[in-house]
Design a protein around this ligand. Structure first.
Ligand code: GLV
Ligand code: GLV
Length: 293
């Protein structure tokens, strides 16, 4: 379990560096008490748990772990997409429950991935790795991203579209943006209504990129075909969350980067970032590099 908030606050007063997980919130109140702190190193690529501006104002470098988890995370995002489309978890439950009697033409019918349209929300490293996988499966790929990526459009046959087009045309929508003020509730009631009926959502980014109440409505109303969620809001989900009982939802406990090799590389990178900052050097992966002009 993460340290309780009061323990984190009091321990942070004594230390020169913090290695943090995404469950540890590093904010003004923590930093105000942490007079010795000279380094924050997050064991994650995302760093929405850290107030980076507040760290920068105190000249504290913040490190993260990009790159090493890209392919592993895209593997899992694609596994969720396939698992949701072809109802893998439901099939397993069905067999284990002893419900399988005979081969039936209409049993556990799913959605084809081959030939379907995938809408990528965000085309950073993980979004691009997802696009490579989707291309191998013969999908048509649309994306929205702050900047155009003509290199990837040429390499992978992607098409940059606006949000409305992506929502209207995608059979699958997969989220690959960091959580920020701009991306919080990027998918809300209006967006779900604008999605293709029966579309499937994959979220390996951050739970709050989706307005979860609107997601539950779209799923229970039958407009959305299903959702595969490695991340939710909050984490873990409360046991009475409607997402726990909806059949067309595939849930995972925030494990997209969880391979043996990748978690080892993330740990090493976090240590390298921490040591560099403590020695006054720029961490190899620093999210506030302006501290080292
Ligand atoms: C995990 O969610 C990460 O940001 O690395
Ligand atoms: C299914 O198993 C088939 O042979 O079509």
């Amino acid at each position: 379990m993460p340290p309780p908030r009061d323990v984190l606050l009091s321990e942070a007063r004594e230390v020169d560096g913090l290695i943090t997980l995404l469950t540890d919130r590093v904010d003004e109140p923590l930093l105000d008490g942490a007079h010795r702190l000279r380094a924050v190193s997050n064991v994650a690529v995302g760093y929405d748990n850290i107030d980076v501006a507040a760290c920068t104002a105190r000249r504290i470098p913040v490190g993260n772990t990009p790159g090493v988890l890209t392919e592993t995370t895209a593997d899992f995002a694609f596994a969720l997409l396939m698992g949701l489309a072809r109802r893998v978890a439901e099939a397993d439950t069905y067999v284990r429950a002893g419900r399988w009697r005979t081969w039936e033409p209409g049993l556990l019918l799913g959605t084809d991935v081959y030939g379907a349209t995938l809408g990528l929300v965000g085309l950073g490293a993980i979004g691009a790795a997802m696009a490579r996988r989707a291309r191998g499966f013969g999908m048509r790929i649309l994306y929205v991203n702050r900047r155009a990526r003509p290199d990837l459009e040429a390499e992978l046959g992607l098409t940059r579209v606006d949000k409305a087009t992506l929502l209207a045309e995608s059979d699958f929508v997969s989220l690959h943006v960091p959580l920020s003020a701009e991306t919080r509730h990027w998918l809300g009631r209006a967006e779900f209504a604008a999605m293709k009926p029966g579309a499937l959502l994959v979220n390996t980014a951050r739970g709050p990129v989706v307005d979860q109440a609107a997601l539950v409505e779209a799923l229970s109303g039958g407009h959305l075909g299903g959702a595969a969620l490695d991340v939710t809001d909050p984490e873990p989900l409360p046991s009475d969350s409607p997402l726990m009982t909806l059949p067309n939802v595939l849930l995972a406990p925030h494990i997209a980067s969880a391979s043996h090799a990748t978690r080892g590389r993330m740990a090493s990178m976090a240590v390298e970032n921490l040591l560099a900052a403590l020695e006054g050097r720029k961490p190899p992966h620093c999210v506030n590099p302006e501290l080292f002009p």
